[in-house]
Ligand binder design. Structure first.
Ligand SMILES: *Cc1c(COP(=O)(O)O)cnc(C)c1O
Length: 524
């Protein structure tokens, strides 16, 4: 056993089970099994001791509940343990490395959390009079300023609630601009093969027909094919840059110029901004609209379905059509502009994306992140994110197939394929093996242009020791998959559950608990 340079010590792979295969309780050491609250609680138990109370005046009429509601009850300590045990079954960024490509699962600095919890930000209500929330409006205004500055664009809509929501915002602005020019008949949006799935979905949702543009052998948009397809029926293009193969689209300026010359607009999916923040300004590439995932690039927490925040930056051409509201500084006062007539910059606004003004908590965290890093710090973010991804790419390209490895360095994520695995083995087996090693799997089977894709995004916040440990784990699992190790087909062996039918769970989710039949009969 040796300690390598970075201090990470590989351990012996033999588990010390002493021949024991299962515990009586189903627990695995301190990984505790937990039943549903309906199975462990009952309607007679309660953790609180309320008096009967006087129900004053019931105005529900015939809608009044006739029978007890029947929710399961637990004592207070049982309740605390139930939810604490469940929370321990989550894997999170505060527990370990989260290599999901295209997700930018970076550390969420505690300073951000401290700022977001200040009562003046955390406790404001969206309907409060604006003279009582001047500080909150100033945060939105300042963050808007930095997002516009970092991207070299003209304006920003802060309210979209996630990346995909931002895409819809951008495409709706493009539609409004085209309609204003009497060009509403343009019904096609071109989307490269390597696009994130949300891009074609957004275009279709906004009423456009989507046409694919092929990728070149080196994983970039086929610029010639794209230019050849431009014409009077094309509303615009949606291009992810850096793209989902982890590569920078070098022809972006040329593509933008051609799209503009053909009367269309350029939407850029900016979810991967982490790779270029501080180094490339999308405005210089001729982009008309781009969403920024604050919950990726600017370190606001995400995962498990929320929350998100996807402000959209706009070029001068699209600014008049951007959604309301926006914050404007008039003298020393911050005002919330909520009517299109009020702002000369938003004269043709297509409307609103949300009822209120966006995700205040995420704004506060993102601004804290930007100000605490400064210009040099943000530039270093993208440099280190790209360095870490290339370290992973080059450390593993002797074991795993890296389809675009030969075309040069990657950006912020490393892409591998399942080529070279033993017959019958696929990416899913590698992912399950990684779980046994204590890692959340990487993004799998995406992007679609690569067979059995494995997309790994380390972000800048992982140490060399953490990367070395991950590389050693992935190398070992990949070698087992190449050698056809049958034990990998049934991994994970150390997790509470092994291989669930995830497709069935997604297609036919069981959302209602029913008392199991034998129990129900026994109770009668
Ligand atoms: C994450 C991501 C999106 C979607 O962002 P959400 O906030 O999840 O809606 C779109 N495009 C790319 C490239 C992404 O990585």
């Amino acid at each position: 056993m040796s300690i390598n340079q970075s201090g990470w010590r590989p351990t012996s792979p033999e588990a010390n089970t002493g021949g024991v295969s299962a515990s009586v309780t189903g627990n695995k050491a301190l990984m505790l099994e937990e039943a549903l609250i309906f199975e462990i609680g009952d309607a007679k138990t309660t953790g609180v001791d309320f008096g009967e109370g006087d129900v004053a005046h019931d105005m529900l009429g015939t809608l009044t509940r006739k029978a007890p509601i029947g929710l399961p009850g637990l004592s207070e300590p049982e309740t605390v343990r139930h939810y604490t045990r469940l929370s321990r079954q989550n894997y999170g960024i505060d527990l370990g490395f989260f290599p999901l490509g295209s997700c930018t699962m970076k550390h969420n600095p505690r300073l951000n959390e401290k700022m977001a919890r200040l009562p003046g930000f955390a406790d404001v209500h969206p309907l409060q009079p604006v003279d009582t929330v001047q500080g909150a409006l100033e945060v939105i205004h300042q963050l808007a300023h930095w997002l516009v500055t970092l991207t070299g664009m003209t304006s920003v809509a802060m309210s979209p609630k996630a990346g995909a929501h931002g895409e819809l915002c951008g495409v709706l602005a493009i539609r409004a601009a085209l309609e204003a020019k009497g060009e509403g008949h343009r019904k096609i949006i071109l989307v490269p093969e390597s696009a994130h799935g949300t891009n074609p979905a957004t275009a279709a949702f906004a009423g456009y027909s989507v046409e694919d543009i092929p990728a070149t052998a080196e994983g970039r948009v086929d610029t010639a094919a794209l230019k050849a397809r431009l014409g009077p029926d094309v509303a615009g293009v949606m291009i992810t840059n850096p793209n989902t193969c982890g590569l920078f689209e070098r022809d972006m300026r040329e593509i933008s110029d051609a799209v503009h010359a053909a009367g269309g607009y350029v939407y850029c999916d900016g979810a991967n901004f982490n790779a270029i923040v501080g180094r490339v300004r999308p405005g210089d590439l001729g982009i008309d609209a781009m969403h920024i995932n604050l919950h990726k690039t600017f370190s606001t927490p995400h995962g498990g379905g929320g929350p998100g925040s996807g402000p959209v930056v706009f070029s001068a051409a699209l600014t008049p059509y951007a959604p309301l509201p926006f914050v404007e500084k008039q003298g020393d006062t911050f005002v919330l502009v909520e009517e299109e007539t009020a702002g000369e910059h938003h004269a043709g606004s297509f409307g609103r994306m949300v009822a209120f003004h966006g995700q205040m908590g995420m704004f506060t965290r993102a601004l804290t992140y930007i100000l605490s890093h400064g210009a040099d710090g943000l530039r270093q973010v993208s440099e280190d994110a790209v360095l870490n991804a290339n370290y992973i790419l080059r450390s593993l390209d002797d074991t795993l197939d890296a389809p675009f490895g030969p075309s040069g360095p990657c950006m912020h994520e490393a892409l591998f394929s399942d080529s070279g695995l033993a017959a019958g083995f696929s990416t899913i087996d590698i992912a399950k093996g990684l779980i046994d090693e204590g890692f959340h799997p990487m993004t799998m089977y995406f992007p679609l242009v690569v067979h059995g894709a494995m997309l790994v995004e380390p972000t800048e916040t992982e140490s060399k020791a953490a990367l070395d440990q991950f590389i050693a784990a992935l190398r070992s699992v990949a070698e087992r998959a190449k050698a056809g190790d049958p034990s990998l087909k049934t991994a994970p062996h150390f997790a509470p559950r092994a291989r669930l039918d995830e497709t069935l769970a997604a297609r036919k989710p069981v959302l209602v608990w029913k008392e199991p039949a034998p129990l129900a009969e026994a109770a009668e």
